[in-house]
Ligand binder design. Structure first.
Ligand SMILES: Nc1ncnc2c1ncn2[C@@H]1O[C@H](COP(=O)(O)OP(=O)(O)OP(=O)(O)O)[C@@H](O)[C@H]1O
Ligand SMILES: [Mg+2]
Length: 143
């Protein structure tokens, strides 16, 4: 990486299903251009996609921030939204508050956050009711 620090910021719009996944695609493309190991790209892409979808499905709007430096890769998903009332419950496999309409589109299995947990080396979630949620995901190079 030669000391370079890459920072990218992509807006995500709540409810915009046609555009959903674009932020994760951009992140993936950038990491490919940087020559990052494909296994690591796979983990970052899955986690970013799930965090992006959670903004689309559960929040009003937000952004995905990518930070790449010599130590690690970080993806921050920040949104303005309802927040998560019970984080422990939300982290459980199968827990979802997704609407019937969203489930018909193939989402709402309650697997996004558990999947993010599996793909990240470090996960921090800050959430405030009626304000929003920030999901901070870190990925190590050596793995
Ligand atoms: N950014 C967010 N803002 C508000 N609530 C959220 C957010 N992300 C997750 N949640 C809450 O946590 C629950 C679990 O999230 P998770 O991503 O695991 O499942 P899901 O989005 O419901 O379904 P899936 O990810 O499998 O499509 C959601 O149903 C929702 O209630
Ligand atoms: Mg989800």
């Amino acid at each position: 990486m030669n000391g370079a620090r890459i920072v990218m910021e992509i807006s995500v719009e709540g409810g915009n299903f046609p555009a959903a996944g674009e932020a994760a695609s951009k992140v993936k493309k950038t990491l490919r251009q940087l020559g990052i190991n494909s296994d690591l790209i796979r983990r970052v892409s899955i986690a970013t996609y799930e965090a992006e979808m959670n903004i689309v499905i559960h929040a009003y709007r937000g952004k995905i921030i990518l930070q790449v430096d010599e130590e690690e890769i970080r993806v921050i998903a920040e949104d303005i939204g309802k927040g998560i009332p019970d984080l422990n419950l939300a982290m459980m496999e199968g827990f979802s508050t997704a609407s019937e309409k969203v489930r018909e589109m193939g989402f709402g299995a309650g697997m996004g956050l558990p999947n993010i947990k599996k793909c990240t080396d470090e996960l921090k979630i800050k959430t405030e009711i009626n304000t929003g949620t920030t999901v901070l995901m870190s990925f190590n190079y050596a793995k």
